[in-house]
Write a protein that binds this ligand. Structure first.
Ligand code: SAM
Length: 309
């Protein structure tokens, strides 16, 4: 029986595959533009059908890591020309790729793994295209941050993605101290070489904070570790950290549902085990006041409570 007009329209809407870039059907040519194509972060089966279409049909694939991309292309029998595009490629390669799009080409950008542009190279190219008024089409799919959050069990109603924490120890300490009163979940990427030092810094700056670590997501040795930071750190004191890591920190509970003022925040930081010096520096930085001013205020706050000055 023939479908009624409205049902036929609904069926067409549900099956439509002409997303950004005018990919109306697998065989159709791609519209000119830059395609930001997400690729698997471990399990090759996580590639999307649309990503395969775009990689097959584009004029050139710009890849952060051609070795990894070649493996992916070989697995799916794709023979599109490949050029490298990484953080040391410089502006010349970005301009060359922008020119290709301006001349009517379709360029796909892939990173080593996951979604290009999320804590990896690609911005220059994407911004170049946008500045030139050329189209940029997202082709969504795997992303380590999202894969992690989907299974970590942390509060995801609001979260902050912090990229990679600073490498220098002093900056790293300040980075985590600044997160002491962050009420949202904080997620960041970390390398196996620095994960231990980073957990040590968290244990110092935010004692007792609950964390979740996602290791080797979607791969053979996928693992989630959850608990107070000291416990999770203990695991990596016993065995050498290997693989790739995403780390999530539980947010600080909001006191009474209201935002904390400086005095409350000071007492909160004390209750979390932070020392006076670190708390004064943190509050001075956050409020834009001098340390001397905050120190004077701290003496008063302590006086009110009858603490030792
Ligand atoms: N753009 C990518 C994305 O969005 O998935 C991330 C690129 S960033 C340069 C690489 C970092 O992502 C790694 O150092 C690690 O922290 C994280 N990562 C990538 N793949 C992962 C995996 N399978 N398991 C855990 N973390 C992963």
């Amino acid at each position: 029986m023939a479908a009624k007009p409205r049902e036929a329209k609904r069926a067409a809407d549900n099956t439509r595959d002409s997303g950004g870039g005018g990919l109306a059907a697998s065989a159709a040519a791609l519209a000119p533009g830059h395609y930001i194509v997400a690729t698997p972060i471990g399990n090759l089966q996580d590639i999307t059908l649309r990503a395969l279409d775009v990689l097959r049909q584009c004029d050139v694939i710009a890849s952060e890591d051609t070795r990894t991309t070649l493996k992916l292309l070989a697995r799916f029998d794709i023979h599109t020309p490949l050029v490298s595009y990484h953080q040391h490629s410089g502006g010349a390669r970005a301009r060359e790729l922008v020119e290709r799009v301006r001349a009517g080409g379709a360029v796909a950008l892939v990173s080593e793994a996951g979604t290009p542009g999320i804590s990896d190279p690609g911005h220059e190219l994407i911004r170049g295209c946008i500045a030139e008024g050329l189209p940029v089409f997202p082709v969504p799919g795997p992303c380590a941050l999202v894969a992690f959050l989907s299974a970590a069990g942390l509060n995801t109603s609001a979260f902050v993605f912090a990229g990679f924490p600073p490498r220098k120890p002093g900056e790293r300490v300040r980075f985590f101290q600044d997160l002491a009163s962050e009420t949202r979940t904080v997620v960041f990427y970390e390398s196996p070489g620095r994960i231990r030092a980073t957990l040590e810094t968290i244990a110092e700056a935010l004692p007792g904070r609950r964390v979740c670590i996602g290791r080797e997501l979607t791969k053979l040795h996928e693992e989630f570790l959850r608990g107070p930071v000291e416990e999770v750190l203990g695991v990596f004191k016993e065995r050498r950290p290997r693989g790739e890591f995403v780390v999530g920190l539980e947010g600080t509970p909001v006191a009474g549902g209201a935002s904390l003022d400086l005095e409350q925040e000071y007492h909160f930081l004390m209750s979390q085990g932070m020392d006076d010096k670190a708390a004064i520096s943190l509050l001075a930085r956050k409020s834009g006041r001098s340390r001397r001013e905050i120190y004077a205020a701290v003496l008063q706050w302590k006086g009110k409570r009858g603490d030792d000055a």
